[in-house]
Design a protein around this ligand. Structure first.
Ligand code: KIV
Ligand code: ZN
Length: 404
């Protein structure tokens, strides 16, 4: 079967960054964006440019320096937002404006308080306006999973006619279930007469734990782009998880008739960088990147794996960039071991940076003298120049001596 390329649209820096406590400063955003480019994502949604001057500056900086992926940012369908995105993404090799406007009756009646026709006109006008500022426009029909099918199709047809080259169908509230969602995407592709002039994308949320399953059902039904985040972070229960979709497509490529351009060996380093920088730990049993994802605990499984890994493993840790960590960083670790581990968590040092590395090594030794083992979290603190807290193990509350 001919394999279709699926574009991976990463929104860790926009939908993911909306999570309380996960926000990043400009340099941190840039660092994550460079790592997403090494991962091989096709599109980076770098932020919501009109939300703050800081986010505008971060999007612009990413557009100026991250080469390879399309760089986009989110706008509401209003001129000021669209202008902000156009300006921020202009320096990119391939800029895109991503705009969003609801289509469900819920949003029309209780958010915009406008009629279907008024909102449709607002969307079309916004696309025409944006099209004069940027060659690539993506249009998202927010809350599509709860929208009237005919109105949704009418909207898609009109915005494609107005110049949208990607139409994104979001399950904004995580209401969809895989069979129905796949069927919706299939019907849209069959019904909207000019759909071949645009790429069809999906954006699924995880409120019922089905974001990955829904995204895959959409790929099976013909979607050409999936929107997702690293470690599945995002609003409420999160977005579809990049690593789960990518590995499912890779492991079951025959079934989906599809592939992505992701370098799967960069998955784990990206996951670690995102969890550390965005203060969003990953549960131990998280698929693909959790601490237990490749560990075998029952006696029967351990015995089976030792006889032949494939008895209980469908992929190897190395496939997703997890190096078996035989190297534990302690005060006795040398520069080579430190450099190796730093590279695994996303920091590289060229020869010109020797002096900087010496400085980092000295800081590392200082921490290692106080801790039994230096963890990846500590490495990020060392790199940021922050104090590494050595957790209190015991706290003396009282002391009483009794002699007999
Ligand atoms: O969840 C959603 O609908 C969104 C849109 C902006 C695509 O995040
Ligand atoms: Zn979303």
């Amino acid at each position: 079967m001919a394999q279709r390329k699926i574009d991976v649209f990463d929104t860790t820096l926009r939908d993911g960054e909306q999570v309380p406590g996960a926000s990043l400063n400009r340099d941190e955003k840039l660092h994550v964006a460079h790592q997403l480019a090494s991962l091989g994502v096709d599109i980076i949604e770098a932020g919501f440019a009109a939300s703050s001057p800081g986010d505008f500056a971060a999007v612009k900086m990413i557009a100026e320096s991250v080469k390879g992926p399309v760089i986009t940012a989110l706008a509401r369908a209003v001129e000021s937002d669209i202008e902000a995105v156009a300006e921020a993404v202009k320096p990119a090799e391939r800029p895109r404006i991503h705009m969003v406007l609801g289509t469900s009756k819920q949003h029309l009646d209780h958010k915009f308080r406008k009629s279907e026709d008024d909102i449709l006109k607002m969307g079309v006008d916004a696309v025409k306006f944006a099209r004069n500022l940027c060659p690539e426009i993506e249009y998202s029909t927010e809350d599509a999973s709860r929208s009237d099918f005919d109105y949704l199709c009418r909207t898609l047809e009109a915005v494609i006619d107005a110049g949208a080259s990607v139409v994104n169908i979001p399950d904004t509230v995580g209401y969809a279930v895989p069979e129905q969602w796949g069927e919706l995407i299939r019907r849209i592709i069959e019904t909207v007469p000019n759909i071949h002039k645009a790429k069809v994308s999906v954006h699924c949320h995880n409120d019922l734990g089905m974001a990955t399953a829904n995204s895959l059902a959409a790929i099976k039904a013909g979607a050409q782009q999936v929107e997702c985040t690293m470690n599945g972070i995002g609003e409420r229960a999160g977005n579809a998880s990049l690593e789960e979709i990518v590995m499912a497509v890779k492991m079951r490529g025959e079934f989906y008739g599809a592939y992505t351009d992701i370098d799967t060996r960069q998955i784990y380093p990206t996951s670690v960088l995102v969890r550390e920088r965005m203060h969003m730990p990953v549960q131990a049993n998280k698929a693909i990147v959790g601490a237990n994802a490749f560990s075998h605990s029952s006696g029967i499984h351990q015995d089976g794996v030792l006889k032949n890994r494939e008895n209980y493993e469908i992929m190897t840790p190395e496939d997703v960039g997890i190096e078996q960590n035989e190297i534990i960083l302690t005060a006795r670790s040398g520069r080579h071991a430190l450099r190796h581990r730093l590279e695994l968590v996303g920091y590289t040092f060229s020869d010109e940076k020797r002096e900087e590395f010496d400085h980092i090594y000295a800081r590392f030794l200082n921490v290692a003298d106080r801790k039994k083992e230096v963890l990846d979290t500590d490495l990020h603190d060392i790199m940021k120049g922050e104090t590494v807290e050595v957790p209190e193990q015991y706290h003396l509350v009282d002391f009483q001596a009794v002699a007999g």
